[in-house]
Write a protein that binds this ligand. Structure first.
Ligand code: DOR
Ligand code: ZN
Length: 425
């Protein structure tokens, strides 16, 4: 058998442990894991590198349809593969919202032409207005496994209960943007000592924690699966820990910025640091890190939220929320979390893959599985330069920050889409 593509000389790491093998790929699949694969039609060098399952981002804003000036499915997927991702879950807060079969099909079709696997999260309610459920069963038949009104939480407890009950018929995951609007409205950053000093209206931790408390109760009531997006406070971590200990079916993610930045970053009123949920205190950052370390938080998500310079470069109180994440998450996690590499990769790859139903295609390096692979040098240090990002948008809060860990090659569905750090299309 002639191997079409061989990844040679790296340390293969996945949930089954670490091996020193070459990876052989034919027709989109991993076909060989051997000590040495010679004579492949094409070889990529992984010497000094980790060869891991492709990363899986369960929280990406791609902006298409409707805001293609900030990002498209193609440009977002290019940023993703440059960051080591081979699968994304596209959030439905587009214009129009992803709340109908027609829009789901449109995003899926554009996803098929992109550089990686683009999965679609559909809205829970029509137009994400919280008033009427979307045709969830019909959307599930198209392959939608996750429903969320992300950008907004489902405010009404009865509506959330109905969505959970309805979704159990097709084993849906309800992914919640945890924010009680009545407490967060009018706020622009974390409510606390820094917001008081700056005179900026705040968003209390309780706006997030109250919704998590409510949804833990609803998950218990309905037996349905609830996933908590971008948990940002120490109290949230504690609520998730207690819910899991009680056997309730909840999972949780933390966004990269919530364990790498604090509300002190807002001291210069720089809108690059405005995000929702907001950057919290150093104590919250420590609690998020502890939650990632002990498994309470299942996944690191990017909440990649592109905004054009025209939109983002506004006074702090008028600027939109959100920051880029796809091209920096792996390096930030490797640099900032004092965790073994396999734990970090679990948080970025196989654990989110399991939550969003991608365990058959992502999250493992094994013969017979689709070739979704990320090759990175864990010790290469580099400095984030917004001008060099593949995203159309430039709103990274990490400009000038030096991080360790650089993606060298990415293979998505068997195609070498990134080699030597360059996107191939
Ligand atoms: O900061 C954020 N930006 N938080 C969200 O929930 C939505 C996102 C966006 O779409 O820009
Ligand atoms: Zn959100």
């Amino acid at each position: 058998m002639t191997i079409q593509l061989a990844i040679r000389g790296g340390r293969v790491i996945d949930a089954s442990g670490e091996r020193r093998v070459d990876v052989g790929i034919n027709d989109g699949q991993i076909v060989a894991l051997e000590e040495s694969i010679d004579g492949a039609a094409r070889e990529v060098d992984a010497a000094g590198c980790v060869v891991s399952p492709g990363l899986v981002d369960m929280h990406t804003h791609l902006r298409q349809p409707g805001k293609e000036e900030a990002e498209t499915i193609e440009t977002g997927s290019r940023a993703a593969v440059l960051g080591g991702y081979t699968a994304l879950l596209a959030m439905p807060n587009t214009t129009p919202a992803i709340d109908s079969a027609a829009v789901v099909r449109e995003v899926q079709e554009l996803g098929r032409q992109s550089l990686c696997d683009v999965e679609v999260a559909a809205a829970v309610t029509v137009g994400r207005t919280g008033e009427q459920l979307t045709p969830m069963a019909e959307l599930a038949e198209l392959g939608v496994k996750v429903f969320t009104d992300d950008g907004d939480g489902v405010q009404d407890a009865r509506m959330m209960r109905r969505a959970l009950e309805y979704g159990t018929a097709f084993d849906a995951t309800l992914s919640q943007h945890c924010e009680v609007d009545a407490l967060s409205e009018g706020g622009h950053m974390n409510e606390g000592a820094v917001s008081s000093r700056l005179g900026v209206p705040g968003i209390p931790a309780e706006a997030e924690e109250l919704m998590i408390s409510r949804d833990v109760a609803l998950a218990r009531l309905t037996g349905a699966k609830v996933h908590f997006q971008h948990c940002s406070t120490a109290g949230s971590v504690e609520l998730v820990r207690a819910a899991k200990a009680a056997g309730i079916r909840v999972t949780a993610e933390a966004a990269t910025h919530h364990f790498t930045l604090t509300d002190e970053c807002c001291a210069d009123y720089n809108p690059m640091f405005k995000v929702n949920p907001p950057l919290r205190t150093a104590a919250d950052v420590a609690a998020i890190k502890a939650g990632l370390a002990d498994g309470t938080i299942d996944a690191i998500a990017t909440d990649h939220a592109p905004h054009t310079p025209e939109a983002k470069d506004m006074p702090f109180d008028q600027a939109p929320c959100g920051m880029l994440g796809l091209e920096t998450a792996l390096a930030l996690a490797l640099t900032e979390l004092e965790l073994p590499i396999e734990t970090v990769l679990g948080l970025l790859s196989w654990r989110p893959a399991a939550i969003i139903g991608l365990s058959d295609s992502h999250g493992a390096i094994a013969v017979g599985r689709p070739a979704n692979v990320c090759v990175f040098d864990p010790s290469e240090s580099w400095t984030v330069d917004p001008a060099k990002l593949a995203s159309i948008a430039r709103n990274t809060p990490y400009a000038g920050r030096t991080v360790n860990g650089r993606v060298r090659h990415t293979v998505a569905s068997g195609e070498l889409v990134v080699t030597d750090g360059e996107a191939q299309r």
